[in-house]
Design a protein around this ligand. Structure first.
Ligand code: NAD
Length: 428
């Protein structure tokens, strides 16, 4: 069955199959000990919870929630919480694995976790969302903790969700424990510079890959798919670094102007729009295009920053960008990856490109433990350092082994985790 056929059946299963395939490929290239490979293929812990929630009209809806810890070899599990109808055990497992490799690659002392609820949050009122989040926190509280597993925002969750989780956990434990989540508001112990950290990390990845190709940012055009947290902040920072953003898209469609877009105006429009999307946005010189068309535009850099499985064997042949910097998790299927490689398109993989969020999450956790908070400049300077070192590690490893960036990122990340597992040994 091809990825496209699997996608139609169960997007989460296809995503997990892709994650497993890329681990297998890295393990083979590393000649990994089969015992360690067997361990890394499975989750160390998966929890499925039923969440009865009283809706505003008095009836009760039961949602299904998940929390998965892939490993804890290099430190506590770390990973976001996603609210989306597609959330499944397979999807969350794939995302938890990705978190393991991401934390390893950027060298923060965490392992991979992920969670979520299968729900369309747009259907729920603020009060329903709050009750659902508190019930979910209660349900997963036996397996999370500041030294066990530290959740964070992901798709359709945000600072407000983290505040509810932090408060619920504090009530359950009877003590203030703000390091239980990252991505909190600054007034509740969050870090300055967290809100835009993933986008800044994407922009730093764009800068690093263009630098190695000898292309000045100022001469490059960029298309960004997705205009949520990652897409908006990536576009802002990339524009600030000098490149021209020619297209962005969200669930309402794509918006294209070859002369460049005004990202601030578009972000303001979304903030004020009822649907929180770009629907209805217009300005002179702007064409509306489909999401599919955005992916295939002539531009230097494409930043898929919406969701997984966007670049597949069905459209990879038509991608015209010379560089793809993966803001979303898993936006490219393995079949598409092979096609892009044949076409000489350089892909900066998700586990590096979108790791800025987890790096600043690590900074937030450190600051919470110290009870001492950094300035935004300190956060950004350290984020630049972590991302640049990680990019260089990945790039150099790939050059020595003559493999593309995705393969070198995975090999380096898996090797570090495997080393940690080998040093710990198998219990008992
Ligand atoms: P978000 O919910 O803030 O934004 C998602 C955006 O994608 C929205 O603009 C939405 O309209 C758009 N979208 C949804 N479906 C689309 C489609 N079919 N075509 C085009 N646009 C579509 O989510 P986010 O936090 O920005 O996360 C986006 C991706 O980045 C996810 O894959 C997530 O796992 C990954 N990620 C997020 C973070 C983070 O810090 N938020 C960190 C690492 C990775």
């Amino acid at each position: 069955m091809t990825s496209v056929e699997m996608l139609a059946k169960n997007p989460g299963a296809s995503f997990l199959a892709n994650a497993q395939a890329s681990l297998t490929k890295a393990a083979q290239a590393l000649n990994l000990d089969p015992n360690i490979f067997a361990l890394l293929r499975t989750n160390s812990r998966s929890l499925i919870v039923s969440l009865p929630v009283e809706m505003d009209d008095g009836h009760v809806e039961v949602f299904t929630g998940y929390r998965v810890q892939h490993t804890t070899a290099r430190g506590p599990a770390k990973g976001g919480i996603r609210y989306h109808p597609s959330v499944s055990l397979e999807e969350v497992s794939a995302l938890a694995q990705l978190m393991t490799w991401k934390c390893s690659l950027v060298n923060v002392p965490f392992s991979g976790g992920k969670g979520g609820i299968a729900v369309d949050p747009r259907r729920l009122s603020e009060n329903e969302l709050r009750r659902m989040t508190r019930r979910y926190t209660y349900a997963i509280s036996p397996i999370i903790g500041p030294n066990i597993d530290i959740p964070a925002p992901d798709m359709n969750t945000n600072e407000r969700t983290m505040s509810w989780i932090s408060d619920t956990y504090a009530i359950i434990k009877g003590e203030s424990n703000s390091e239980i989540v990252t991505g909190k508001p600054v007034s509740l112990g969050g870090s300055l510079g967290r809100i835009d950290a993933t986008g800044l990390g994407v922009a730093i990845s764009v800068k690093e890959v263009l630098k190695r190709a000898g292309k000045p940012m100022e001469e490059c055009t960029v298309a960004v798919q997705g205009f949520g947290n990652v897409g908006t902040w990536s576009a802002r920072h990339i524009a600030e670094m000098g490149a021209k953003i020619v297209a962005v898209s969200d669930i309402s469609g794509g918006y294209y102007n070859p002369d460049g877009l005004d990202i601030e105006a578009m972000a303001d429009y979304v903030k004020q729009s009822k649907t929180r999307t770009l629907e209805g946005y217009s300005t002179p010189g702007l064409s509306t295009i489909t999401n599919e068309e955005l992916l295939e535009l002539p531009c230097d850099v494409l930043v898929p920053a919406a969701m997984e499985n966007q670049i597949t064997e069905a459209n990879a042949d038509r991608i015209q960008a010379k560089f793809i910097v993966e803001g979303a998790n898993g936006p490219t299927t393995p079949e598409a990856d092979a096609i892009l490689q044949e076409h000489g398109i350089i892909v900066v993989p998700d586990i590096l490109a979108n790791a800025g969020g987890v790096v600043v999450s690590y900074f937030e956790w450190v600051q919470g433990r110290e009870g001492f908070y950094w300035t935004v400049d300190e956060v950004r300077t350290r984020l630049h350092h972590f991302m640049e070192v990680a990019f260089d590690d990945m790039y150099t490893f790939g050059q020595h082994r003559n493999v593309p960036l995705r393969q070198s990122a995975m090999m380096l990340a898996v090797q570090r985790v495997a080393d940690a597992v080998a040093l710990r040994g198998i219990f008992p």
